[in-house]
Design a protein around this ligand. Structure first.
Ligand code: NDP
Ligand code: PHD
Length: 365
């Protein structure tokens, strides 16, 4: 993809939070999105960013952002932005993001609020960029000239669909998926889970998470209908998720078992080959943040591990290991996804790069 001639102005909603901080650290070294406005709640608005946030990234706050004044999340304060990235708390994301859409702004959201909307694409950038095809319909429905809203997926769902997509493409419909997650504490935002709850412990419940994985997987792996006015949500595939919080800072690990419709199923080596050779549309386009490999196969018997593998592909790759035959279903494996990069902010940024490549961002208009 050739670089655009102009810099695009980016606004960040929820800039002080866990996902917002990740947006800032990724965008600060981005070649064509420049951070223009940062927004958060009334608690933070009016303060310098460095004072308002409790910075938890391992790199310093970028100098150009540290002394920016945090704004309220009002569309009129972001009207110069070509693109808005939202890391808003879901208690407020629905209403605020809708007000930005109505103001004809382009919103890439991390929050759950709009993911089930029948005209909002739910896009994991290394899986289903074709769902951008619905944007002209969304624009006409809301009488928008340049604005639209796209969401990225729940972080655990993101890792899962990156691996299911090439298997579905290569071997046909997947009949059943059973997944157990071990999710990092950064997934709960800041301050998140109390240390007395998570230290020396595992918590076998994350509110709403299992339902999100079971629904979002089917929307993402489905396709856009013939008239590009809606989504064909998979009805054949059944997903059952069990979600657990574990004392890991970043990186969600998932143990997955799957059963194919077509029998006999592919061999373990055929599955490894399909995963290893998978190239997503975002890579084909040559997007700046697209990983060299969407899926990295580990053949070590004790990998993937969050501390060792979460930064693979700069956090944009999903690492898969322990691919083996399953005695109940057909095959089982373990995957690892970086929950705040590909599982959150990174997906928003890569989705914006894809939108730009597809001509959907009307820069400076
Ligand atoms: N953490 C993760 O791995 C993932 C998170 N997500 C989703 O991304 C979103 C952000 O999550 P996360 O960063 O973890 O959450 P945090 O709690 O860390 O951050 C929430 C952000 O929302 C802002 N905010 C809260 N209330 C308001 C308000 N009334 N008006 C304006 N801004 C407000 C906060 O500002 P202030 O500091 O001023 O309070 C803060 O910037 C959530 O919707 C979450 O579900 C999605 C995928 C993965
Ligand atoms: N619930 C996820 C993070 C998250 O906020 O997900 P969602 O964007 O689907 O609400 C976790 O706890 O790890």
């Amino acid at each position: 993809m050739s670089l655009p001639e102009v810099q695009l102005k980016a606004g960040i909603l929820g800039a002080t939070g866990t996902v917002g901080q990740r947006f800032i650290s990724l965008l600060s070294k981005h070649p064509y999105f420049t951070i223009h406005v940062v927004g958060a709640s009334l608690r933070s608005a009016g303060q310098e960013y460095a004072k308002a946030t409790r910075w938890k990234m391992t790199t310093p706050i970028p100098a150009e952002v540290g002394n920016m004044l945090v704004q309220e999340c009002k569309p009129e304060l972001f009207r110069e932005c070509d693109v808005i990235f939202s890391g808003l708390d879901s208690d407020v994301a629905g209403e605020i993001e809708t007000s930005f859409l109505k103001a004809d702004l382009v919103v890439f959201s991390n929050a759950k609020n709009h993911r089930r909307d029948p005209v909002v694409p739910l896009i994991v950038p290394t899986v289903n960029p074709s769902h951008f095809d619905l944007i002209p319909h969304q624009r006409s429905l809301h009488s928008l000239h340049k604005g639209f809203i796209v969401t990225n997926a729940n972080c655990s769902t993101t890792g899962l669909v990156v691996v299911l997509k090439p298997l579905q493409d290569a071997f046909g419909p997947i009949e059943a998926v059973i997944v157990q997650t071990m999710q990092a504490i950064s997934g709960a935002g800041y301050p998140g889970v109390a240390s007395l709850d998570i230290y020396d412990n595992v918590v076998p419940f994350i509110s709403g998470e299992e339902e999100k994985m079971e629904y979002e997987t089917l929307k993402i792996l489905g396709d856009v209908n013939e008239t590009a006015t809606g989504f064909n949500i998979l009805s054949f595939t059944k997903v059952s998720a069990s979600c657990n919080r574990v004392p890991v800072i970043d990186g969600h690990t998932e143990c997955v078992s799957i059963k194919f419709k077509n029998q006999p199923p592919p061999s373990v080596e055929q599955i490894i080959h399909a995963l290893d050779s998978y190239v997503s549309e975002s890579q084909q386009i040559g997007c700046h943040s697209a990983p060299e490999k969407a899926i990295i196969i580990s053949r070590d018997q004790d990998r993937p591990q969050p501390r060792l593998d979460r930064d693979n592909g700069d956090g944009y790759s999903v690492t898969v290991g322990r691919v083996r035959k399953c005695n109940v279903f057909d095959v089982k494996f373990t995957l690892l996804v970086h929950n705040t990069i590909l599982g959150a902010a990174g997906s928003g940024i890569l989705n914006a790069e894809i939108a730009l490549a597809k001509g959907l961002l009307k820069v400076g208009s």
